[in-house]
Design a protein around this ligand. Sequence first.
Ligand SMILES: NC(=O)c1ccc[n+]([C@@H]2O[C@H](COP(=O)([O-])OP(=O)(O)OC[C@H]3O[C@@H](n4cnc5c(N)ncnc54)[C@H](OP(=O)(O)O)[C@@H]3O)[C@@H](O)[C@H]2O)c1
Length: 293
Amino acid sequence: MKVAVLGANGQLGSDICAAFRRNGDEVCALTHSHVELTSASSVEGALSAHNPDFIVNTAARHHLEKCEADPIAAFTANAIGAKHVAEWTKRAGATVAYVSTNYVFDGGKCSPYLEADIASPLNAYGITKLAGEHFTAAICPKYFVLRVSAIYGLQPCRAKGGLNFVELMLKLSRERDQLRVVDDEFVTPTPTVQIAEQLVVLSRASAYGLYHGTAEGACSWYEFAREIFRATGTEVHLEKANPGEFPAKVPRPKYSVLENSALKAAHMNVFTDWREGLQNYLNARVQAAVAAS
Ligand SMILES: NC(=O)c1ccc[n+]([C@@H]2O[C@H](COP(=O)([O-])OP(=O)(O)OC[C@H]3O[C@@H](n4cnc5c(N)ncnc54)[C@H](OP(=O)(O)O)[C@@H]3O)[C@@H](O)[C@H]2O)c1
């Protein structure tokens, strides 16, 4: 199978390229320098040059504050960009997978969100990604939308300035004696390698549609930090931040845990418990450091 990955040098895109290559697929790794999502002719040119069977669209503007400050730019990349990709994919008779987010929900449910739950985003980023989902689904008959959550991988996130949450906590633990982390926002931290493996599985399926794709279980950011320090044997004085101590500049859901109910119903779910995913990431991180030395 020939697979095009948009956002190929991103945190998630780089692991997706590696997963499809491990699977024996031919990968066309398309970065922002190869394709501008906001331009229909750029998308047309880049995809027609390779004529892929399966397109994974991870490319997005997803820095929350920047999306809020410039919602038109965010909408043009995340929604109109998805439209351009879906239009090419439909014409080619290919399949598209659009990577979306837990931030399409408002957090009011307080139990894991199912695919059937009504999306009601709180911020411009979530609104533009939900619009991208709708363009993808409405235009292209052979589509997957995969909503992911709180992702982290070995490759730095380009939009968020480099450090994922794990690396940020470990860095701060070296710089400070005491850390305070919010305990009133619940997510499921999900390693990018597992999302990449899930997309390989989906690429072999014809059960098109909307899927939630996160690790199993849930935690607050404080609980995630506590597990990072436990698993790495890091000694640091960690405390729960008081409610409102770190006010968010952009509204975000207090609870955005997803349940992979559609993946499980289709017997396609590859995700493990979030703690196991973290341990695998920490092991891979050590191996990468050894290989680099
Ligand atoms: N990070 C999270 O916690 C999280 C959570 C839920 C969902 N997601 C979703 O997961 C996906 C991947 O996130 P990530 O962390 O891998 O992001 P990332 O590292 O920032 O990578 C995003 C990629 O998109 C490219 N891009 C941005 N605007 C573009 C445009 N107009 N045309 C073409 N390419 C463009 C970027 O290129 P340049 O950097 O060169 O501009 C970069 O290669 C995104 O769709 C995001 O919405 C992320």
